[in-house]
Design a protein around this ligand. Structure first.
Ligand SMILES: [Zn+2]
Length: 272
């Protein structure tokens, strides 16, 4: 009956497997699976990649077999940020492989970036810190509304908004899902690009003219003529028609489809 060995009954093996997964996530490119090598970039979901792998993927989306699973959300280099990482100054312990040593540390606490504690990068500048170290350096009050007051990056002095600009690196499954949700919400607000597939608009009669959304994305729309408005509405309808099932599910207010899609995405997240 039971032909497949049940690894759940082998907690030791599972622990080793988890440790390997963690090591892979923090030391290897999520796309190419090669060792991380600067320039390293991260996406809106906090995954780590070698920049050259992302460029290869953008030039040929089939360059890596499971590339679309892992970074279908990356459309151009604008969707990733080059990270400013701090090399680990500690020598590798005697008798251990240099590759076993975490490559990077938090410049504030010198804690190693090895998955033992959360790390974040700042969206505006790409500087990477341990979450704890960065929290201790905040210039704004730790709680309550900051009324748009911005924090300052302790490494390069770039301004950032705490709530929106601290992207966790290699987040947990739940955190990743909310990052993905935020990313999709943000993309719905992006100005519509011109598309040649006009027929798609007619194919989706359910699409409503999203005058409000367009108004947020393009401030001048409020004063636009009716004809321009309807053109924009049509563009939006077309875009919706071409959207992924996951995003459609967002529109329909259904969580199930989205969840399923997200949970099955990405080699590493599968084990998260
Ligand atoms: Zn910075």
């Amino acid at each position: 009956m039971n032909l497949v060995p049940d690894i759940r009954n082998k907690p030791k093996a599972a622990a080793v497997d988890k440790a390997n997964q963690t090591r892979a996530r923090w030391n290897f490119c999520a796309l190419s699976k090669r060792r991380l090598q600067e320039p390293v970039v991260s996406c809106a979901l906090g995954k780590l990649y070698n920049k050259d792998a992302i460029i290869e993927f953008l030039l040929d989306r089939d360059a890596y077999g499971d590339g679309e699973n892992i970074c279908s959300h990356i459309r151009s280099l604008k969707d990733v940020k080059t990270l400013t990482l701090t090399p680990n100054p500690a020598p590798a312990a005697l008798g251990t492989e240099p590759s076993e040593r975490p490559q990077f540390v938090c410049p504030l606490t010198m804690k190693e970036m090895n998955g033992a504690m959360p790390f974040v990068y700042l969206r505006p500048c790409g500087c990477v810190f341990s979450a704890g170290g960065l929290n201790a350096m905040r210039s704004t009050p730790p709680d309550g509304a900051t009324d748009g007051e911005k924090d300052t990056c302790p490494q390069c002095a770039a301004k950032y908004i705490r709530a929106a600009d601290c992207i966790p690196l290699n987040p947990g499954a739940e955190q990743e899902e909310s990052l993905r949700f935020a990313l999709e919400a943000q993309r719905l607000l992006e100005p519509v690009k011109k598309s040649k597939k006009r027929k798609a608009a007619a194919a989706d009669p359910a699409a409503e003219p999203p005058a409000k959304k367009a108004a947020i994305a393009v401030p001048s729309i409020a004063t636009a003529s009716n004809s321009l408005r309807s053109t924009l509405a049509m563009e939006e309808a077309k875009r919706k028609a071409g959207m992924s099932d996951a995003v459609k599910a967002l529109y329909a207010g259904k969580d199930s489809v989205r969840k399923e899609t997200f949970m099955t995405m990405g080699t590493f997240t599968r084990y998260a």
